[in-house]
Design a protein around this ligand. Sequence first.
Ligand code: NPQ
Ligand code: MG
Length: 370
Amino acid sequence: MKIERLTFIRIRMPLVAPFETSFGVTSDRDCILVAIDSDGLTGYGECVAEKDPGYSYETTGTAWHVLKDFIAPALLGQELADAADYQRRVESIRGHPLAKAGVEMALWDLLGKREGRSLKDLLGGVRSRVEVGVSVGLQVSPQALVERVASYLEDGYRRIKIKIKPGRDVLDAAAVRKAFAEIRLQVDANSAYTLDAAGALAPLDELALLLIEQPLAEDDLWDHSRLQGRLRTPLCLDESILSARHARAAIEMGACRIINIKAGRVGGLSQAVAIHDLCRKAGMPVWCGGMLETGIGRASNLALASLPGFTLPGDISASDSYYTQDVTLERFTLNPDSTIDVPTAPGLGVSVDAGQLARVSLDRLELVPE
Ligand code: NPQ
Ligand code: MG
């Protein structure tokens, strides 16, 4: 495929409710959409960086810079064979996985549209519907949290993840467990603890949680292995797993018993699949993480989560749970069994709502070969 044009579109979509985590609170989703034109077709991708460096050091600002000044010049006017070819061309750009992954997603969409095959088929997916859950932000009180969870259960979600931070952990989780004895429940700390402070998490072992996600620092596999030795509940790593090498090290060290895979965090769908394959061989369960994606990234997550090793429910919620209006014409809805259908149309299987995209756009840059 010849890369004839690259377009970057910065958008801002209001969330239905503010989303609070251990690193901050946000009321809008800022991200960058990527469009690649080749041979009369357009492929779309989503860079999941946020406005602020809370989850990752990358932001919409750094991603815009890396996309415009480094990734685009490496691609414009070039013939690209596939995702592996793309990764070789951006290999010398250090870091910035979220920026790289946004372009790789657009390439897959283009490849699929060209071949008339869905992303699920291209990646080797085996399921037509995937199990999903919802991620619930920190609320003002344990009572408010229980009410929020009740409403998500009413919507049909059968797996609940709550955000925790020091001082808002055991009481919150215990309140939810007390109100709903049987539900599949897990917690996510987004790196808010040190190994010493994580002593406070010991009572979580009594709450029958599916997992405790990323309690310690992103760059601290070692202390996660120490902490896992003290807890019966499986630890799950999110921020710490940036490549297949990290995944292998985490497995060998016993730093976790479950891995959350996000294509953005690992630099693209191809690496996400590689980590899936490695974990599958090692018997390490994985699930698909989420970044409050628009319909574009959501479609990509559904295709990824259809691979056979994704045995736990993903953070892939129905569009309505986060946004009143999306940039895709398709809206993803929850089936009664807490699953969402994987798109079957070529590529990502979604089409962009041009009017809505124009309404949420903040900035747009079109680049063509010189
Ligand atoms: C996680 N996601 O698993 C994250 C992190 C996260 C669904 O819990 C704006 C955009 C705010 C992306 C907050 C979920 C966000 C964000 C948290 C991602 O760790
Ligand atoms: Mg997480």
